[in-house]
Design a protein around this ligand. Structure first.
Ligand SMILES: [Zn+2]
Length: 85
């Protein structure tokens, strides 16, 4: 059994940390959303097809965060823990 690494903000770990809250993702519950780089809106790739020339790629989110992003119209309002005063 390997312990998950804690550093979530290095580039090498970015793909495994939630785009919204920065938490490390559980492989069993993480979901990916596609970012349209023209609109800045995230969409569910199972439901929305982003034209290839507009896609910024797929980004991982925790399940709860993905729901919140989609519920807010695809806007990723980042809520880093302990960052804001
Ligand atoms: Zn999250």
């Amino acid at each position: 059994m390997t312990a998950p690494r804690v550093a979530a903000h290095s580039m090498s770990d970015a793909a495994r940390a939630c785009e919204r809250c920065g938490d490390l993702l559980d492989p069993k519950t993480k979901v990916y959303l596609e970012l349209n780089c023209y609109t800045g809106i995230y969409t569910d790739p199972d439901k929305v097809t982003v034209p290839g020339n507009e896609s910024q790629g797929l980004f991982w989110f925790g399940r709860a965060c993905a729901k919140r992003v989609l519920a807010s119209g695809g806007c990723n309002i980042r809520t880093p823990k302990g960052g804001a005063r």
